[in-house]
Write a protein that binds this ligand. Structure first.
Ligand SMILES: [Zn+2]
Length: 142
């Protein structure tokens, strides 16, 4: 697939081997490396080899393939250490917790009571009219 590389992007450098990393998987389009600040042993990030700031910029062909990579690598990480579960996590924008602006998908293996906190508290209105309006506003942009 076409690859765009951004010169000053650390994840482009990692994805293309310009900076060494502990890689658990690599193909023509993706490199998967252990996270530099892991939440748990085996915590990895999937890096597309093309630069995209976020999911909105990632070409569709990469979007189609990235979940297959997440499944394959996630299963290996989970089973290598007998974890109970795995989070597949992807942040877009500073408000959503993104800190490096080259799209990446976290694979975070989990055990019961591991102390890792990845959660949200439901806090939106559940009013029927608001739900209807919410659906309409989103669908109008598809
Ligand atoms: Zn990049």
């Amino acid at each position: 697939m076409n690859q765009h590389i951004k010169d000053d992007c650390i994840f482009c450098k990692l994805a293309h081997g310009k900076i060494p990393a502990a890689s658990i998987y690599e193909d023509d389009d993706f490199k998967v490396i252990l996270d530099a600040s892991p939440a748990s042993r085996g915590h990895s990030i999937i890096l597309p080899k093309t630069h995209a700031d976020n999911i909105f910029e990632l070409p569709d062909e990469y979007c189609e393939k990235i979940f297959k990579v997440a499944k394959r690598c996630g299963a290996a990480i989970k089973n290598a250490f007998g974890y109970d579960g795995l989070n597949v996590l992807q942040n877009n924008g500073e408000a959503a917790g993104q800190t490096v602006f080259h799209l990446h998908v976290h694979l975070i293996p989990r055990n019961e009571d591991d102390g890792i906190t990845i959660k949200y508290v439901p806090n939106t209105n559940k009013d029927d009219d608001e739900i209807k309006e919410t659906v309409e506003k989103i669908k109008a942009l598809m």
